[in-house]
Design a protein around this ligand. Sequence first.
Ligand code: ATP
Length: 234
Amino acid sequence: MLEIRAIEVAYGDIQVLWGINLEVHQGEIVSIIGSNGAGKSTLIRTISGLIRPLRGDIFYRGTMITHQPPSEIVMRGISQVPEGRKLFSGMTVQENLMMGSYCRNNRQEIEEDLNFVYHLFPRLAERRKQIAGTLSGGEQQMSAIGRALMSRPQLLLIDELSLGLSPLLVDNLMEAIGQVHRRGTSILLVEQDVQIALEHAHRGYVLETGRIVLSGLSKDLLENPEVRRSYLGI
Ligand code: ATP
């Protein structure tokens, strides 16, 4: 459903992505792993239309979306959970969630999706009137995931789900992501925590200083000596 062909991205004169090719098929969970500064966020932001690539193309369901504005890309069915959550900190949980549905007008479907988010994260239902800036890190991540789900995406991009959260909380969030996936949403997950990323994904790509150096089935990557040495410390 998503096909990235030979994408190159630069910030000013400094090129950070080189010839990236990547695919996500319908129904898949795909991980991009790599260390700090490898270019993972840059790639996710390029797919979302927030960064314009120098070269290369991105196709979504057969349509080229490379130079489309982010709002159009959301309307086509791709939404992003950004690194650092980026909530509207002065607004309530529910107002943040509703911001995710800004491009839709079917009130009944919006209501259904709000109920789904509250079913997925009962903690958010309890705190729907709480100001987002006062939530814990985990609750903020739930809100950011919920906000992305409010556009009813077919492809969900998640940038660093686990960052700064306890292992137990990350397990709960991954369980919720599993439910979203079982409901029919494909997932592209960017993670520094390689174990988590590969345990939950069907396939993975390893990004190193702006280049894909390895890709394959998650179970094969987890057994790959290079991955084990460089990313799992084994
Ligand atoms: P992290 O998880 O630490 O964010 P990452 O793999 O997501 O790492 P990116 O954030 O995509 O990596 O950064 C890739 C490279 O681009 C890094 O060298 C970074 O310093 C640089 N970079 C990122 N954002 C900008 C920017 N706005 N302007 C200039 N350089 C940037």
